[in-house]
Design a protein around this ligand. Structure first.
Ligand code: NAD
Ligand code: UD1
Length: 339
């Protein structure tokens, strides 16, 4: 299939392109490079051994989309493009509503007019808010509002997609609700490259390991968890990438909304992740216990049985694999794609 990959220069997009190509698909990438680098595309090309079709364009630009859809025969779309920094989204909500919502509406309108109805959308476990129980099932009631504007855009987009499938226009839509993506391609040549001080645990730990940051602050050790620190479902980005290929090859029933958790089903605490990273890298991670981070929850991990039964997908890689791969990427590229 010819797959349009929005946000294909980004962290998850670049890894997914490798899996798409390895499974016989062709890709057309659109990315405005607002949170990524052309170098990621160049390195992805090296991994897959072919030149990729890349448009440096904004998904909100309907004229650019129109040209791309007119020029290429597109069979399906994976929509990664979006802004994702939770803290920033609370400070500048309109930037997030503008970018994430307008790009999605523009994309859906152009898809509809070109009769391209197969979509895989990057959603997030953030749509569950503070879950009533773990592991979280897709059938959990979604809150009307989550605490940050980033998460709210995901919730609004999912609502929009649910409305779209009930128009009976043969849309085949899958929202993949990612838990916590970590790790990097096994080559160590592509990986997560935050433009600022990382907010998320794994990039923070790996930047401490490489000496760019002094020490990790562990946000709270008084949660009702096995060691008091927050528990999350860390999923290797290569496994996550494979879930997209599975979603395309087992498409949703037309006119039936499909949301699927993509996680390992296993919770790991902050201290367990730090231990696994130390083990994989051989580097000691200095840390201090700090206050809880506002908006954090104690535990969040997936019931991933639906992905197994519908997509025939389950995570293969371990936390140790992910730590080893993150370390390979970070140690070889201490400044990310900037060299
Ligand atoms: P990323 O920032 O690395 O990739 C997103 C890409 O989209 C970037 O390359 C950016 O330049 C591009 N982009 C943003 N707005 C655009 C626009 N208007 N037009 C064109 N390109 C645009 O992020 P990622 O980690 O690869 O995440 C991919 C998707 O998965 C996002 O939608 C994100 O919200 C979602 N997601 C990510 C995580 C995570 O922890 N990484 C978790 C859950 C969901
Ligand atoms: C965060 C976002 C979530 C988003 C997800 C993936 C918040 C409140 N939530 O989730 O909406 O979908 O990223 O992008 O930002 N931790 C530390 N020290 C650090 C960083 C993190 O102790 O420096 C802890 C956190 O308290 C948490 C765990 O590590 O217990 C994971 O944090 P993080 O990687 O930021 O992911 P989430 O909080 O799950």
């Amino acid at each position: 299939m010819n797959i349009l990959v929005t946000g294909g220069a980004g962290y998850i997009g670049s890894h997914t392109i490798i899996e798409l190509i390895n499974n016989g698909h062709d890709v057309i990438i659109i990315d405005n490079l607002s949170n990524s680098s052309k170098e990621a595309v160049t390195r992805t090309e090296k991994i897959v051994g072919k030149v990729l079709t890349f448009y440096e364009k904004d998904v909100r630009d309907k004229q650019a989309l129109e040209e791309i859809f007119s020029k290429h025969q597109i069979d399906g779309v994976i929509h990664f493009a979006g802004l994702k920094a939770v803290g920033e989204s609370v400070k500048v909500p309109l930037k997030y509503y503008n970018n994430n919502l307008i790009s999605t509406v523009s994309l859906l309108e152009i898809m509809e007019s070109h009769d391209v109805k197969q979509l895989v959308f990057s959603s997030s476990a953030t749509v569950y808010g503070d879950p009533a129980s773990v592991p979280i099932k897709e059938s959990a009631t979604l809150p009307a509002k989550v605490t940050n504007s980033y998460g709210q855009t995901k919730l609004i987009i999912e609502t929009m997609l649910m409305d779209l499938v009930i128009t009976n226009n043969d849309w085949q839509i899958t929202a993949l609700r990612y838990f916590n993506p970590i790790g990097a391609h096994e080559s160590g040549t592509i990986g997560e490259d935050p433009s600022d001080i990382p907010n998320n645990l794994m990039p923070y730990v790996s930047q401490v390991a490489v000496g760019k940051l002094k020490e990790l602050s562990v946000f709270g050790n008084d949660y009702p968890t096995r060691d008091g620190t927050g528990v999350r479902d860390y999923i290797h980005v290569a496994d996550l990438a494979k879930a997209h290929v599975a979603a395309l090859s087992t498409p949703a029933t037309p006119n039936k909304y499909r949301a699927i958790n993509i996680g390992t089903g296993k919770g790991t605490s902050v201290l367990e992740l730090v231990n696994a990273f130390e083990h994989a890298s051989g580097v000691k991670i200095p840390y201090k216990i700090a206050d809880r981070r506002l908006g954090d929850i104690a535990e969040c991990y997936a019931d991933s049985s639906l992905a197994q039964s519908i997509l025939g997908w389950q995570a293969q890689k371990t936390i140790e694999d992910a730590c080893a791969d993150s370390w390979r990427w970070q140690s070889a590229n201490p400044n990310g794609y900037k060299g």
